[in-house]
Design a binder for this molecule. Sequence first.
Ligand code: ZN
Length: 200
Amino acid sequence: MAGRTITDAYVNGRICYPWPMNYCSQCGEPISRAIPPGDNRIRYVCASCGMIHYQNPRIVAGCVPEYQDRILLCKRAIEPRSGFWTVPAGFMELDETLPDAAARETLEEANARVEIGAMIASVDVIQARQVHVFFAARLTDPGFSAGAETLATRLYDAESIPWDELAFPSVRIALQQFLRNRESGQDDLLVCEAPRQKIR
Ligand code: ZN
């Protein structure tokens, strides 16, 4: 494999490959890091079989489920941010659509069935290498309870949302946009970047 070989994990102070890889998943040989010809980023490149292992952002799909003007939140039972409140959301799986992913996460985390509505927020979470996509949603029946990854589920009035106990900045963004839309009667889509946090 031609291309410059890079030994430093950082370029211009930024980590260029978030998910460490030691061996090629294609052939099992030790992996190298290089900028492939015609590329401008460090990639995991297999010198043995030539495979380039691209790493790209992961998609998290979620929704803001509403029932009789109240919003369903879940208290996380898993890290990161265990014990903090979130809307139902999680990693999109292969072979499903974004709305399907949001509905599935709601069923898994809150045992709640939802009708997915408009997409209301797309949040780039650069540090986590994720894109968080949120939909408005409606509980189709009043039944809900904590799923395996959830400590508690609860319906909140807009006035009682626990803003200081939310799990992630993107959850705050989604809830704010949901409430703005409800106020205006619009289905506006907010595209934004989550605030970057200080690197420890
Ligand atoms: Zn290989």
